[in-house]
Design a protein around this ligand. Structure first.
Ligand SMILES: *[C@@H]1O[C@H](CO)[C@@H](O)[C@H](O)[C@H]1NC(C)=O
Ligand SMILES: *[C@@H]1O[C@H](CO)[C@@H](O)[C@H](O)[C@H]1NC(C)=O
Length: 318
């Protein structure tokens, strides 16, 4: 028994007897095992293949990241979140101008006579419409403007003109008709990148809740020229029966809605949202009138509580 223990001991210590020079050359090429630099050629082959594949995968991942990054972050004209993915969703909201001084209020109140009284509202509108007035002077935007109509859609990269004179008498020279107790309220559809309206352009499929005067109007338009019915229609009315009576006749300028050729909005240089000037021609004075305006397209959701596709305000002329 003691003998075998010694033998074992000797066997284990045998490699230690190699000289350090021999160990060094063994490192480069070990004749016993055939290893080069501590690995067999087979092992080296496996390691090289592993790293080649590893770096190819790494490069591919990096390329995918780069492409995604460039597509979504570098092009400032394409928003990162589009349509369904965007929080705004696919249904545009409707807004009105001028806005009351208190953001929680929707009451447009003034005294019929006296510049001081309607000055605030006039200034609000002048400010809001200033981009429409100076569009020609803006560098780059001016030459982008194209005179569109229902047969002349804008070429790629061009934007449709919005002619401020078409709102007449709802123009600043005329104080937006506020001084005549027949104020003009402007309506605007919020921009959604890439959104295409689905028009109510056939009289056979108009929704039953659509006001009759608008239905007649659409019928008249489609009888004359079907193309001109490609519009996001707009209608305003008094909310209660009393409001309906007090609101008086309404004129929509320049159209009964937003013409389809302004869509889709794709952030082209100089794009201006189309507006509808709602001219309340003879509203009753001395009483609050509740007014609701609605935008009509098949893909505009209607929800009063969330203000989708509809806007509410009150008018009070003393
Ligand atoms: C009606 O509107 C739809 C889009 O909502 C459009 O595809 C179609 O061409 C329009 N019809 C006419 C006659 O212009
Ligand atoms: C019908 O449309 C034509 C042309 O588009 C217009 O001249 C006419 O006044 C309209 N009629 C009614 C009742 O709206």
């Amino acid at each position: 028994m003691p003998n075998s223990k010694i033998e074992q001991f000797e066997m284990e210590t045998k490699p230690l007897k190699k000289t350090s020079k021999q160990k060094f050359s063994d490192f480069f090429y070990n004749e016993e095992t055939g290893a080069i630099m501590g690995r067999t050629p087979e092992s080296w082959g496996k390691i090289i293949i592993f790293y080649v594949i590893f770096y190819i995968v790494l490069a591919a991942l990096f390329a995918i990241c780069m492409v995604t990054f460039l597509q979504h972050f570098i092009n400032p004209r394409v928003p990162r979140l589009q349509q369904e993915y965007s929080l705004i969703g696919t249904s545009p909201g409707l807004g009105f101008r001028p806005l009351p001084p208190d953001v929680r209020s929707t009451l447009i109140w003034y005294k019929g006579t006296g510049y001081d009284s309607y000055k605030y509202w006039e200034d609000q509108l002048i400010d809001f419409l200033s981009v429409y007035k100076k569009k020609g002077q803006t560098a780059g935007a001016g030459q982008n403007i194209y005179n569109c109509d229902f047969k002349n859609l804008p070429p790629q990269g061009k934007v449709c003109d919005v002619d401020i004179r078409s709102w007449s008498p709802c123009i600043d020279e005329n104080h937006f008709s506020f001084h005549k107790s027949s104020p003009c309220i402007f309506l605007k559809l919020n921009r959604i990148y890439g959104w295409r309206p689905e028009f109510y352009n056939e009289t056979s499929v108009l929704p039953t809740e659509m006001p009759l005067d608008l239905q007649y109007h659409i019928k008249n338009i489609t009888d004359h020229n079907r193309d001109n019915a490609n519009m996001v229609w707009v209608s305003c009315h008094g909310e209660t029966p009393a409001d309906k009576e007090n609101i008086g006749p309404i004129k929509y300028l320049p159209n009964h809605g937003f013409p389809g050729y302004y869509y889709p909005y794709n952030n082209a240089e100089g794009y201006l949202s189309p507006l509808v000037a709602v001219h309340l021609q003879r509203p009753r004075t001395g009483i609050v009138i509740n007014i609701e305006c609605r935008a009509w397209a098949r893909n505009i959701k209607y929800n009063r509580r969330d203000g989708l596709g509809v806007v509410h305000f009150e008018l009070m002329i003393e």
